[in-house]
Design a protein around this ligand. Structure first.
Ligand code: NDP
Length: 311
């Protein structure tokens, strides 16, 4: 492939798919490079109950697959590939793909997302959607009256613990040291919450599950006392940060110290013709619906940009 496209969309989660629907309906024949996690974070969740329009809820993989079908119906193309190098110094932008192809983009929509950091425990990936989660807003509701554990010591962990205390019978916050990165106000709020208990200087060694693959408990280890013990847990929430997928754009796009794209208003980046959508820029909301909204914004901006350029 050595083609030039009106719109190249990087990433196939809610943001990328929505951008594809809008730009395809605008007859811009977009191409989507799916990235290393086709379907994005929804592809690894189970029930989605907060995406408007589905009163009975919908499975995450089905929702994202439907979005893709909708985009394809209007002519969007999808490729299983991802960008390794991008030259954004002049238009059209030049992209080198993992499978060796080179393509040019008149506009570029970056919807590559942010990957949740995981603990890399043996059972962790297998149990995602079956008790292990990285999103309290998405999955908290499934743990009403259950025992919940949250891992982390930053603002995300505090926010998730507080939120989850509305559902769980108890929430244990596990942090590997005694010093918290979380802001004082968030930490204080959690400390005042009678449903939340703290386990500091503690790490998780293992997650236990049933024959059917549902979380039942964990093995914990105190790094100071060297004590190791087991604890019953139904919901295991990992909140140890996210890594935005912006490596190919470092040094070209304005990124914040953690690598998130800095918005220059609307869906614009510092480079004219390059737009952002979804979690690659948004570290606050990180929801399917906000990512879809951002994909729509990026598509409209790309369309207007091309029209203004007369391309
Ligand atoms: P942070 O990087 O701030 O915190 C990550 C936490 O996870 C740290 O406590 C860290 O421990 C711990 N951690 C990292 N790796 C491991 C590991 N392998 N095992 C165990 N623990 C680990 O990430 P957050 O997602 O909490 O926050 C990111 C940014 O987003 C921050 O700037 C935050 O302020 C912001 N934010 C703001 C919110 C708000 O204002 N409402 C809500 C959520 C986030 P250690 O300290 O020991 O390294």
């Amino acid at each position: 492939m050595n083609d030039i496209f009106n719109v190249v969309i990087l990433g196939s989660g809610c943001a990328g798919n929505t951008a594809a629907i809008y730009t395809a309906r605008a007859n811009l024949q977009p191409i989507v490079f799916e990235g290393h996690e086709p379907g994005g974070q929804l592809s690894i969740t189970t029930d989605v109950e907060n995406f408007p329009g589905f009163p009975e809820g919908i499975m995450g993989p089905e929702l994202v697959q439907n979005m893709r079908k909708q985009a394809e119906r209007f002519g969007a193309q999808y490729r299983q590939d991802r960008v390794l190098h991008a030259d954004l110094s002049k238009r059209p932008f030049a992209l080198e793909l993992e499978h060796g192809d080179k393509v040019k983009a008149r506009t570029l929509i970056i919807a590559t997302g942010a990957s949740a950091r995981w603990l890399n425990l043996p059972n962790e990936q297998k149990l995602i959607g079956h008790g292990v989660s990285s999103c309290a807003t998405c999955d908290g509701f499934f743990f009403r009256g259950k025992k919940i554990m949250v891992i982390g010591g930053g603002d995300s962990a505090m926010e998730e613990a507080n939120f989850l205390s509305r559902f769980g019978s108890e929430v244990a916050l596990v942090h590997r040291s005694e010093s918290f990165r979380a802001s004082k106000i968030m930490l204080d709020r959690v400390r005042k919450n009678s449903k939340i208990s703290f386990l500091t200087n503690t790490v998780v060694r293992d997650i236990h599950d049933t024959d059917k693959g549902f979380v039942t408990g964990v093995t914990l280890h105190n790094v100071l006392t060297k004590e190791t013990w087991q604890r019953d847990v139904d919901g295991f929430f990992v909140a140890i940060g996210h890594i935005p997928n912006t490596k190919p754009f470092a040094g070209q796009l304005d990124l914040d110290p953690d690598g998130y794209i800095i918005s220059h208003g609307g869906a614009r980046t510092n480079i004219t013709g390059v737009f952002h959508a979804g979690d690659v820029q948004d570290r606050i909301y990180r929801q399917a619906i906000t990512a879809s909204g951002a994909g729509c914004m990026a598509a409209i901006e790309a369309e207007r940009f091309l029209e203004a350029e007369g391309e």
